[in-house]
Design a binder for this molecule. Structure first.
Ligand code: NAI
Ligand code: MG
Length: 353
């Protein structure tokens, strides 16, 4: 039997409610497919920051370096600035473990209403560059408080950084429906975006079986809403990909549905799996968080560890519960609880609870 060691970081708020759902689904899928998971749980969170002054211990990365994967619920709490939770935990993990691909699939499941009228057959993946680009520490502020106060922040695009994420997206498109859309803004951002476009064109030439198009980010955002069914794989810089993937999640029915994987494709380091949503302090503690994003994220984890069939089984079980039942958490207009919905997915998976 294959065995994997998973580092679990439930985090804050509903992160702690959806992580057990993902874990139960991993165990059930593992039981069916001869895979055993062992978990080590870490309390890294804003709560820890408030008690101890740091989101995670100084040697945090070393403690999880040898795990096969990390699963993170969500971090964030009222009273802790968001840049603390981001730069104190998520970004060090993503960058320290060279997780340069942020993979965010989106589907409009049968049985779910998209807020976009007529959105059907929507099934695409946003590949977001995850370690460089617009989210950079290079820059500064001058003349604070004076009339001429100014702030400068540099975006950083490197040839290796753009090449590897574009290649990943091209390979993914080749395995799917053969279509790649690149998000650009080379009309307004005149240095980095033409550079991005040039590399996309070079790499696309090496993969003629993929049909590649470039779209300006503003027009692309509009088309995500007007015609989301036309996309297969979308590759974007860190900032553009961040915005597009939240928009895509909304088109699919809500942020609670959306999964994400932070991948180190070379497997030099563990990859990190986390639903797209945050800690949702407005509903935390009530047991009504939608577990779909976390459960789908568990499927991405299974796939990354080489269990494609188990992953497809989990996604299929989610789709089946949505198509066959009216079980929905309140964010989708229903009255189901996190546990109740998860139990239905487990039943669909074969009753291994
Ligand atoms: P959020 O995603 O936590 O919540 C936005 C809205 O969506 C809220 O109304 C919430 O109730 C709802 N929602 C989100 N996930 C849901 C789910 N699974 N089921 C049902 N409803 C759900 O984003 P927000 O409010 O901007 O941020 C809250 C905190 O989370 C902040 O501290 C923020 O920094 C943090 N955050 C953390 C992320 C992470 O850990 N990767 C990502 C985004 C935000
Ligand atoms: Mg985001």
């Amino acid at each position: 039997m294959t065995s994997h060691r998973i580092a679990l970081v439930p985090g804050d708020g509903i992160g702690r409610e959806v992580t057990p759902a993902a874990r139960a689904v991993l165990d059930a899928a593992g039981t069916r497919h001869g895979v055993r998971f062992r978990y080590d749980e870490f309390d890294w969170s804003c709560e820890r920051y408030l008690a101890e002054g740091a989101m995670m211990p100084a040697d945090g990365l070393d403690r999880v370096r040898h795990h096969d994967a990390l699963f993170l619920g969500a971090v964030g709490a009222p009273g802790v600035p968001d840049h603390v939770s981001l730069w104190g935990l998520l970004i060090p993990l993503r960058r320290g473990f060279r997780q340069y691909v942020n993979l965010r699939p989106i589907r409009v499941f049968d049985g779910l209403e998209s807020p976009v009228r007529g959105a059907r057959d929507v099934d695409f993946v946003v590949v977001r560059e995850n370690v460089e680009g617009e989210y950079s520490e290079i820059g500064g502020r001058l003349n604070r408080g004076l009339p001429g106060e100014l702030a400068v922040q540099e975006a950083v695009f490197t040839r290796p950084g753009v090449t590897r994420v574009v290649d990943f997206a091209l390979d993914l498109a080749a395995r799917r429906r053969g279509k790649l859309t690149s998000a650009t803004k080379s009309n307004g951002i005149v240095h980095t975006m033409p550079f991005w476009d040039e590399i996309v064109a070079e790499r696309a030439a090496a993969k003629p079986e993929v049909d590649v198009e470039s779209e300006h980010i503003d027009a692309l955002a509009a088309k995500f809403v007007l015609d989301p069914g036309r996309y297969d794989v979308v590759v974007a810089s860190n900032l553009f990909g961040d915005i597009l993937s939240d928009l895509a999640a909304a088109v699919a029915g809500g942020i609670g549905l959306a999964p994400a994987a932070n991948l180190n494709p070379e497997r030099e380091f563990p990859s990190m799996f986390e639903p797209v949503h945050g800690s949702a302090p407005d509903i935390a503690g009530r047991g009504i968080a939608n577990p779909i994003g976390a459960i789908w994220t568990a499927a991405l984890l299974l796939d990354h560890l080489g269990h494609a069939e188990a992953a497809a089984g989990v996604e299929g079980a989610l789709a089946a519960v949505l198509a066959k039942t009216r079980l929905r958490t309140p964010d989708l207009g229903g009255t189901a609880t996190t546990v109740g919905f998860t139990r239905a997915v487990l039943d669909e998976l074969g009753g291994a609870r």
